[in-house]
Design a binder for this molecule. Structure first.
Ligand code: AFP
Length: 332
């Protein structure tokens, strides 16, 4: 049997092999993995300790907040608040950036969606955490939001998938690797090294209930995916969980595209560029996939505000490229 490789051992060897700087990034990734273990534990027992259901509030982008949303948000903030490494945290659950008192000179910024897909919590469905770490362009200033909008550098990103097992997938620009939580040992162990996303299909994930509110060229793309054409592997099969992390994870491992275009209810898309689209785009590209707003590569976009939303397509490279062609077309 091959020896199990823990996340911290893997991070150390990744640093050594690629001569990466050791100035705190591994520590931050490990700290996120620690937060994920706490969140995973609470999700597992939520129904038994009164943690299901709504709080009765809405988050800054208008979603109804679940108790687990707030719990996960607090866990993430607590995990980094005292680290001395993070100057500020942007979160889906916080209206404003949370600056850390002791973090004026800290070198990193954290952007996170602590609990993605939280509508699934009450039905025991998959949910996720999305995170990214930016290197600061300057320290000691208060203009952190400005840094995120302009020159902070995305150094590492990843997600946690809380499903039948808990998985931690991250990249710091040297490919994307996945770890599965061994609950008995209490460690994330390497299970998916150097994830490679197939070039295309066979799945697509989108809320088809919104089809009639989509632009005509997006409708044509969805119609194209379900046409019969054996040579190109169509029709694609539909898979949609209501949790972006779970749908993207399937596309990364087995191929396909996740799509949340603009629609009547969300003229600029629903998903948040800073803490949902950008981190997942980074991981997808590191796995050989692609992510796009339809017009531009997601990683070329900068948020104009913390909760800026964009239309989003992510997954297999050829599928996302085809989506971009449909999005650019003027139609029949
Ligand atoms: P919640 O975290 O509010 O449940 O939103 C989940 C999400 O951001 C993403 O994970 C889903 O793919 C998408 O929204 C689902 O949105 P629809 O309910 O409009 O399909």
């Amino acid at each position: 049997m091959k020896a199990a490789v823990t996340l911290d051992r893997y991070l150390a060897s990744e640093e050594r092999l690629n001569e990466l700087s050791t100035s705190g990034l591994s520590e931050l990734i490990l700290q996120m993995a620690f937060a994920a273990k706490i969140v995973a534990r609470e999700i597992r027992r939520a129904a038994l300790v009164g943690k299901l259901g709504l709080v009765g509030e809405r988050n800054p982008t208008g979603d109804a907040q679940k108790k687990l949303d707030l719990f996960a948000n607090e866990v993430v903030i607590d995990a980094f608040g005292e680290s001395g490494l993070v100057a500020a945290i942007a979160s889906e659950e916080l209206e404003e950036l949370r600056t850390i008192d002791c973090g004026g000179d800290a070198s990193y910024l954290l952007c996170a969606d602590p609990l993605d897909g939280s509508s699934n919590t009450d039905v025991n469905g998959a949910v996720g955490t999305i995170f990214s770490f930016y290197g600061r362009s300057r320290t000691g200033t208060c203009a952190v939001e400005d840094e995120l909008r302009h020159d902070a550098e995305l150094l590492a990103a990843g997600y946690v998938l809380y499903g039948p097992s808990t998985m931690f997938v991250y990249s710091r620009g040297q490919g994307a690797n996945g770890f599965t939580l061994d609950h008995d040992v209490g460690e994330f162990l390497l299970s998916h090294e150097a994830i490679r996303c197939p070039a295309r299909g066979p799945y697509y994930s989108a809320n088809l209930g919104r089809y009639h509110g989509w632009p005509a060229n997006v409708q044509r793309f969805a119609d194209h995916l379900i046409e019969r054409d054996t040579a190109s592997g169509r029709p694609y099969s539909l898979r949609y969980t209501g949790a972006l992390v779970a749908d993207l994870h399937r596309s990364l491992l087995e191929g396909g595209i996740y799509l949340y275009p603009a629609d009547e209810a969300h003229p600029n898309g629903k998903l948040r560029l800073l803490y949902e689209c950008t981190p997942l785009a980074f991981v997808a590209e590191q796995a050989g996939g692609r992510a796009s707003s339809g017009r531009r590569r997601i990683l070329e976009l900068r948020p104009q505000s913390l909760h800026h939303t964009v239309p989003f397509a992510v997954g297999s490279r050829e599928d996302v490229e085809l989506y971009e062609k449909f999005a650019a077309s003027r139609g029949p």
